[in-house]
Design a protein. Structure first.
Length: 192
């Protein structure tokens, strides 16, 4: 099987519970949703086999000596990622995490699942639930059970709107302590 891979790179996890943690990233092309705030290029990708992906990861391993994590992101990785790819990635000895919109079930051999629900969610449980907080001020966890609940202020591209959204998000969290703030630190410090 060939996977549509947009990019493979080494950086810091920019958001969520693992923010600041060194990680290898595999960004998959394609998504079943087209959110206005998404920062992924869906048109550009390379078809790669599991072994080619593994080799690309191994090529980054000397640089990524401190990493203990591979993050599968996108697009929507559940549209492509299967158990066999995760088995291949596990041969690196690293934990395999996935960031998903929750509209498709992930493979069961995944180590960590982050769900950022949008619509038509089928996932009922995850490790980390990350809801986008926007101008509406509405928080809908879609009934998903999680170990960690995070709110991430929506990046509208407008500094003044973002300031207002962040302030409202912080106030919401102060009134609803089940939630934690998740900022997109990779954007704040200008890294990939």
């Amino acid at each position: 099987m060939k996977y549509k891979v947009n990019d493979i790179f080494y950086s810091l996890q920019g958001e969520g519970i693992n923010a600041g943690r060194p990680a290898l990233f595999i960004r998959f092309a394609g998504c079943n949703l087209h959110c206005s705030f998404c920062d992924t290029d869906f048109q550009s990708y390379q078809l790669m086999s599991a072994q080619e992906i593994l080799q690309a990861i191994k090529n980054l391993m000397p640089e990524a000596q401190c990493s203990t994590l591979i993050v599968l992101t996108g697009g929507e990785p559940t549209l492509q990622v299967d158990e066999s790819l995760i088995d291949v990635l596990h041969t690196t000895g690293l934990q395999v995490a996935m960031e998903s919109n929750g509209t498709h079930l992930p493979p069961p051999n995944l180590d960590w699942l982050t769900v950022s629900p949008k619509q038509h969610v089928v996932v009922e449980r995850c490790n980390e639930l990350k809801c986008i907080y926007d101008e509406s001020g509405q928080v809908d966890d879609r009934g998903i059970q999680a170990d960690h609940y995070l709110l991430q202020p929506c990046d509208t591209g407008d500094a003044e709107k973002n300031r207002v959204i962040i302030a409202h998000c912080v106030n919401y969290i102060l009134s609803h302590p089940k939630w934690r703030l998740s900022l997109q630190t990779h954007k704040l410090i200008n890294i990939k």
